[in-house]
Design a protein around this ligand. Structure first.
Ligand SMILES: C[S@@+](CC[C@H](N)C(=O)[O-])C[C@H]1O[C@@H](n2cnc3c(N)ncnc32)[C@H](O)[C@@H]1O
Length: 273
């Protein structure tokens, strides 16, 4: 049994963390933090044992809040999240917002999301452009199950999820060449990097690490993506054919002609080709 005073302090600490996130990151995280906060208050008011378990998981096990609360907001999508499928990150939300709000019209397109995880990217695009169809692929069965659940939960009917490795998918579809745009937040952490316990112990290694320099999966996509693309119509309707999130130190390894965009912390984060 957790002593009451200790538990109260821990709950206060959790609330403070959430409030700080609310204040410091008003544009990006406030929705998420407010939702988390409401959840926490619900626990506190309604279920002592659930609250105690949440406190224990958060303080003793370093479990991320989204896994404790079992949900995560990504834009206006309310997503279920479960370990070991990766919790969507705010850096990803940032470039997806750029893509959806500032870029060209993505209506009536076929879009591929490589390494879809919870389905956050595929579902955000599919929801914003109902006339388009978005295919999300992932090597992990648990990710695909979760992405399908999230499509149902958010009433998105134009996103389809397939369990496959990128290589197998590209090999099987290379003669079909049917996508207008490919997007991906692949695993991109170098093998030698030690991650915090909250990541290491709860999220799939295969969602995080990718070779000695973090470029293995990215290089696989760069070498194979063109065979999946429909020939360009040249009317400027598809300004980019491939968008990939990457580990910022790798930006120096990328060819200079590739457009690199920073994230909200001004760190190089995505390539637009
Ligand atoms: C960084 S996570 C991104 C998840 C989600 N797109 C997001 O932004 O939250 C990378 C995902 O790629 C998947 N993955 C790893 N290797 C893969 C491969 N060879 N082919 C397809 N998917 C892969 C992992 O299972 C994981 O779900």
């Amino acid at each position: 049994m957790i002593p009451k005073l200790w538990a109260r302090r821990a709950v206060e600490e959790m609330s403070q963390t959430l409030l700080k996130t609310c204040k410091s990151n008003r544009d990006l995280c406030s929705l998420q933090a407010q939702a988390d906060f409401k959840h926490l208050v619900y626990y506190l008011n309604n279920d002592y044992h659930k609250t105690m378990k949440a406190v224990h998981d958060y303080v003793k096990r370093d479990m991320p809040l989204s896994f404790i609360l079992k949900e995560h907001w990504f834009g206006d999508l309310r997503l279920k999240v479960r370990p070991p499928v990766l919790i969507p990150r705010i850096e990803t939300e940032h470039w997806i917002n750029q893509l959806l709000l500032k870029e060209h019209d993505l209506s009536n397109m076929r879009i591929l999301d490589v390494g879809t995880g919870s389905g956050c990217i595929a579902l955000a695009i599919a929801k914003a452009f109902p006339s388009s169809s978005v295919v999300g692929i992932d090597i992990s069965k648990r990710a695909i199950t979760l992405a399908r659940l999230n499509a149902l939960g958010n009433k998105v009917g134009n996103a389809y999820f397939i369990r496959s490795s990128f290589k197998a998918f590209a090999t099987n579809l290379q003669n079909v060449a049917s996508f207008d745009l490919i997007v991906s937040n692949p695993p991109y952490i170098p093998h030698s990097r030690r991650l915090p316990k909250s990541v290491r112990c709860f999220e799939d290694r295969c969602a995080l690490y990718s070779g000695p320099d973090g470029m293995q999966m990215i290089n696989e996509i760069l070498s194979n993506y063109t065979c999946l693309l429909r020939p360009c119509s040249n009317d400027g309707s598809v300004p980019y054919r491939l968008i990939i999130e990457f580990d910022s130190p790798n930006h120096e390894r990328l060819p200079p002609e590739i457009l690199i965009r920073p994230d909200q912390f001004n760190v190089p984060r995505t390539m637009w080709i």
